[in-house]
Design a protein around this ligand. Structure first.
Ligand SMILES: CC(C)=CCC/C(C)=C/CC/C(C)=C/COP(=O)(O)OP(=O)(O)O
Length: 342
């Protein structure tokens, strides 16, 4: 039987995120400042620092969860936060490269309540910006990782990117079939979200000079957190408040086969059959269809099941931690992963 690990944070995760931003943002800004224009200007806009003309205009930006995981993993392995900064910046750059490309693929027009990069500069420039952020991340790891682990770190990062592309491909195509199973959905979500969170934690361990077995354990820890994070995102995508979550369109309106939907469809209930009929339609989903689909998923147990699985993955993540005394920040972040509304 697996021991249940307490997830009471010793300090609010929001403070850890704020501390991470302070530690990591100077190197992130420096990396962006070195880009040639107009990539520099587009990046500054995307990160919420500048308006479209490049004038300082602080807007809402990302949570910095992945950099916080990197720094906290480094601490958990006995390292000092400063050593984790290049890896934390690299992971945030990769995360944002995928968000910029994802907005293009999904045709999303808003991110953090601001027009997305492709809607302002066009699709070719948005693709180029994503590619440039990927390159900056790789260069940074090779140049600035401590303990001579730059090549190892880069290899982990690029493996994660390949897995991300696999997960994204399954999300865009493979998952759209009506026969998708819970295992298919979990594999897709591990690819598109778990792989990078695993990498974020593993790079933190590498930055601390941890032994290979510890690096591998932190990678597993991050992957479990990633699955819990994505399951929570799936719940927010259906039942979240769009004004708080920043997701203006329900996942149901796009007929996304996220985990609560797949769990409901696989439930062999009367609700599953009705949900399959609604999801099988070709017309745009009406507000009535969306509300009914959410009701059916809930009645079929998809909402509860997904919540319980998210909690189970948090437990699995905490079981991978090397030493609970140095892992207080990681434990606090694990708590945030499932207790959030954006
Ligand atoms: C190859 C390719 C294009 C892959 C795309 C993969 C993709 C978009 C996965 C979604 C991951 C996710 C839950 C992002 C939101 O993170 P967050 O809520 O932490 O975002 P924030 O940093 O903006 O707060």
């Amino acid at each position: 039987m697996t021991a249940v690990v307490s997830v009471s944070p010793t300090q609010p995760p929001t403070e850890i995120l704020a501390r991470t931003r302070k530690l990591v943002e100077p190197m992130l800004r420096e990396a962006i400042a070195a880009l040639p224009d107009p990539l520099r200007r587009m990046a500054g806009y995307h990160f919420g620092w500048w308006d479209v003309r490049g004038n300082p205009a602080p807007g809402e930006s990302g949570k910095m969860l992945r950099p916080a995981l990197t720094v906290s993993a480094c601490l958990a392995c006995g390292g000092v936060p400063e050593d984790a900064v290049p890896a934390a910046v690299a992971v945030e750059l990769i995360h944002n490269f995928t968000l910029i490309h994802d907005d293009v693929m999904d045709g999303d027009t808003l991110r953090h309540a601001r027009p997305t990069v492709w809607t302002i500069w066009g699709i070719p420039d948005a693709v180029l910006l994503g590619d440039a952020l990927h390159a900056v991340a790789a260069e940074l790891l090779v140049r600035a990782m401590p303990h001579g682990v730059g090549a190892q770190a880069l290899q982990r990062l690029e493996s994660a990117v390949i897995e991300l592309c696999r997960g994204q491909h399954e999300d865009c195509h493979g998952q759209s079939g009506s026969g998708a199973t819970i295992a298919d959905c979990e594999r897709m979500e591990m690819g598109k979200t778990g792989a990078l969170m695993g990498c974020a934690c593993a790079l933190g361990a590498l930055a601390a000079g941890a032994a290979p077995a510890t690096v591998a354990a932190l990678d597993r820890c991050g992957r479990e957190l990633g699955l819990a994070f994505q399951f929570t995102d799936d719940l927010i995508g259906i039942w979240g408040d769009p004004l708080v979550s920043g997701k203006p369109t329900s996942d149901l309106a796009r007929r996304k086969r996220s985990m609560p939907v797949v769990a409901a469809l696989c439930s062999q209930t009367a609700q599953a059959a009705e949900l399959a009929r609604i999801y099988g339609g070709r017309d745009p989903m009406s507000p009535t269809d969306i509300a009914r689909a959410a009701e059916l998923i809930e009645e079929a147990g998809g909402r509860n099941w997904t919540q319980r699985q998210a909690d189970r993955h948090i437990q699995a993540a905490l079981c991978e931690l090397p030493d609970a005394r140095t892992a207080a920040d990681l434990i606090a972040l694990a708590c945030l992963v499932t207790h959030r509304n954006r």
